[in-house]
Structures are given as structure tokens and as C-alpha cells.
Design a protein around this ligand. Structure first.
Ligand code: SF4
Length: 350
């Protein structure tokens, strides 16, 4: 079976899933149910490739990012890094493997210890993995790393509180790249920052990737943020990937109605560009009670009776472009016209 793969993979994710226990405990110690946070994630990431993972808050994208690094243990599935299944690695081997897989966190305020100097924060992974042998070498490496992320080495004896949000995110990036990883999960790395600073951080991540050939999983809730940095885009809804493909295909001819709705909310650089905003009905369903069939059917503007019953597989629509919709191209059903009650001119957010 053909899967949502890029040509040669650094990361190979197979049927990865996570169910969190949920609900109150009954008197006999039984769980009343569970939240299926990630369900059947299957994709690859090539060396030097950026896969952007987008979707609304609570759709499971941060959980998926953490599963890849085994910061959360999956319920099932595999995560292969150059053929080694990280899920099965004993703790000691996984610790050694952590030099190759790093994370950049969303919150540059919360992810840096306020009591540690910038030199201590950035040097910590170097010490953990035995990559520096003396205090002098440590300071030299920290100075190089700060320069690479656009900060002055003279800052290294200061503390996080003395920096702006963008500067703190640069410090977090210096820490993540210090051990020269192959793969980085960047979990909403710019969403806590001012809009004016977001582009600078995205550009920095892009430059670093080009210099060092990292692969990224770049998590964001906004398709406009990932447009610049992504090579491929995956869209997630209620724990499942509903569309994945090359950036050009996903932005140019989105196959899944959910992706179409997300993209219709993205502002175009050209103010004269005509666009119909797709307003989705209702709220995202409770993840503990995922709707039957296609989980998007309760909000989909073109849902049909079959959608309530049968879950659509993630199927190829054009080369390398997959969507989980019974009516995705090449046999799409027509989208209702503007003003029909499901599609309206742009006024509200998705
Ligand atoms: Fe909409 Fe049905 Fe496609 Fe789901 S399968 S996205 S409900 S048309």
C-alpha cells in the first residue's frame, strides 16, 4: 500500500497512536474511557526536509511531536530514526539517541530556567553528551552558538529575564542545535512571539536548516506561518492526519474540506485577491467522543450520509498528495456556492 512518504526517509512513522486515560474512575478502579489524542499517524520526513504539522488547538499535534521524541510513550506504532525504532529502545540507548533528536518549545519564557545563566543553559546538552572537555572549550562553543543564532557572545553570563521573547527563543534554539541533531521538533516556536518577531525566528530556523541540513517537524496552528518554511504540509483534525502533501499541492489545490476551510482564513498578500471564506459549523467535537465515520462530518460543508458511517482512508489524490475524504479529488463532489449557508463571505474565524 502506498503511504504518505517522502522519497528517502530520516524519520519513518508507522501507525503511531496515543490514548490518554480520561474520565473519572469508577468505584472499581476502571477507567470510563480514553482520549484518542493521536490515531494512526503514518508519514516520513526526509533528511533536510521540513514537514509542517498544522491544525486547531487540541487536535493532537503537540502530542504527536512529543511521541516522535519519546517524551510521551505511544500506545502503539513505530518511530524509526534511520531504521532504529525509538519506541523499542531501552532507556540507556534512548538517552544516547537524544543528541540526534531535539526539541524547540513554544514558550520561550517557561522553557528556560530563570536561575541559570545563558552559558549554563546552552552548554547543558554539551555536558550531558560529553561534547566539551574544559570550561574554556565550553565557553568557546557557547559563544559560537550564540553568534549562530544572532546573539552577542557577551550575553552569555546574563539570565533569561534580561532578554525579550524573541531573544529567549533564540537561546532555546542555540540549546537545541548545540549537539548538532539530525531532527528537531519545533512545537509552535513562534506563536508566543510578537508578529514582528515571528518572521525573524522562522528565517533563522530556515537558515540553520540550510547550513546544517536538519530535518524539522514544524508544528503550528496557522497555515500562514508555515508557508515560508515548509517543504511538505500535514493537516491534523481530532488526532488524525487528514491531508498531507507537498506545500505547493496543499496550498494550491487542497483536497480535504478542512484544509480548504483553514486556507480560506489565511490572508493573501494581494489585497485584491478574491477569496471566499469557509465558515465551519459548530466547535471541534470533544476528543473523548470522536464522531463516527469521518470525524469531520459534524462540521463539513459537503458531508454526505456515507460520511457518518464510513471512515475515509488517507488516499493519494495526486502524486505524493494524500487526503482522508470520500470525495477528495480525483472525484470531488461540488462545493456548495457562496451564500448557501455553509460557505459565506469572510468575516469570522474558522
Ligand atoms: Fe466531509 Fe465526508 Fe469528506 Fe469527511 S469524508 S471531509 S465529511 S465529504
Amino acid at each position: 500500500m502506498k503511504t504518505a512518504a517522502s522519497p528517502a526517509s530520516l524519520i519513518d512513522v508507522r501507525n503511531l497512536g496515543k490514548t490518554f486515560p480520561a474520565g473519572s474512575r469508577l468505584g472499581f478502579g476502571k477507567q470510563t474511557g480514553g482520549v484518542r489524542a493521536v490515531d494512526g499517524a503514518t508519514f516520513t520526513i526526509a533528511p533536510g526536509e521540513t514537514l509542517a504539522l498544522v491544525g486547531e488547538s487540541g487536535c493532537g499535534k503537540s502530542t504527536l511531536g512529543r511521541l516522535l521524541l519519546r517524551l510521551i510513550e505511544p500506545t502503539e506504532g513505530e518511530v524509526l530514526l534511520e531504521g532504529n525504532n525509538l519506541v523499542d529502545l531501552p532507556a540507556a540507548r534512548m538517552r544516547a539517541m537524544r543528541a540526534q533528536v531535539q526539541m524547540i518549545f513554544q514558550d520561550p519564557y517557561g522553557s528556560l530556567s530563570p536561575r541559570r545563566s545563558i552559558a549554563q543553559i546552552v552548554a547543558e546538552p554539551l555536558e550531558v553528551f560529553g561534547l566539551v572537555r574544559s570550561a574554556r572549550e565550553r565557553r568557546e562553543r557557547v559563544a559560537e552558538l550564540l553568534t549562530q543564532v544572532g546573539l552577542s557572545p557577551t550575553f552569555m553570563d546574563r539570565y533569561p529575564r534580561q532578554f525579550s521573547g524573541g531573544q529567549r527563543q533564540r537561546i532555546g534554539i542555540a540549546r537545541a542545535i548545540s549537539v548538532n541533531p539530525k531532527f528537531i521538533v519545533a512545537d509552535e516556536p513562534v506563536s508566543a512571539l510578537d508578529v514582528s518577531v515571528q518572521a525573524q525566528i522562522v528565517n533563522l530556523l530556515q537558515d540553520l536548516k540550510q547550513q546544517r541540513n536538519f530535518s524539522y517537524l514544524f508544528i503550528a496552528h496557522d497555515l500562514s506561518v508555515v508557508r515560508h518554511i515548509a517543504d511538505r504540509v500535514a493537516v491534523m483534525y481530532l488526532g488524525r492526519i487528514v491531508e498531507i502533501g507537498p506545500k505547493k499541492a496543499v496550498y494550491g489545490s487542497p483536497s480535504h474540506p478542512y484544509t480548504q476551510a483553514l486556507l480560506s482564513a489565511v490572508l493573501e498578500p494581494d489585497p485584491d485577491a478574491a477569496k471566499t471564506r469557509i465558515i465551519l459549523k459548530g466547535d471541534v467535537p470533544n476528543p473523548a467522543k470522536v464522531p463516527s465515520g469521518c470525524s469531520f462530518h459534524t462540521r463539513c460543508p459537503i458531508a454526505q450520509p456515507v460520511c457518518k458511517i464510513e471512515r475515509p482512508p488517507l488516499a493519494e489524490t495526486t502524486q505524493g498528495h494524500f487526503a482522508a475524504c470520500h470525495f477528495a479529488a480525483p472525484n470531488p463532489i461540488p462545493v456548495p456556492p457562496a451564500g448557501s449557508g455553509t460557505l459565506t463571505p469572510a468575516t469570522a474565524s474558522v
